[in-house]
Design a binder for this molecule. Sequence first.
Ligand code: ZN
Ligand code: ZN
Length: 155
Amino acid sequence: MNESDNLRNSLIRISIHVPKVCEKCGAPSPEYKGVGEYKCTECGFVMYDDFGIVRNYLEEHRGATQSEVSRATGVPMETIRQFLREERLEVAAGSGVMLSCELCRAPIRSGRYCEACAKKVAMQEAAAKSAQKKNSVSGFGLGKAGESGARRFRR
Ligand SMILES: [Zn+2]
Ligand SMILES: [Zn+2]
């Protein structure tokens, strides 16, 4: 993992479906009303993006699992998981488990890891970072420094 890998990973985002034109009359640029809801400025038709669709479904089906939501709404599981990871969606307290820790599978309400694993991951990341620093020091040379300097300048 180097700096550009980190950058690339942070840029990978799952694209979600967003209404660009009115699904009823075809007028462009529906007005965004918030929480995934859009309204046509011409005919007033209300539409939802993936987030709005999932949110609406969960409001009526508290406790639905990820696969149930995905099947019922047609929104891919990966997209639903992304909303949970970004903590835009949170599983309602006392509802069926929708999300589990990526490491130990403990039930969690949002994010990617349970509290214990989140701590472990943070420690591992810190350790990996300091190991990375050591590597870059041993591989450090004048040529390399000049090259990255030149690249920075061109940009
Ligand atoms: Zn319309
Ligand atoms: Zn865990």
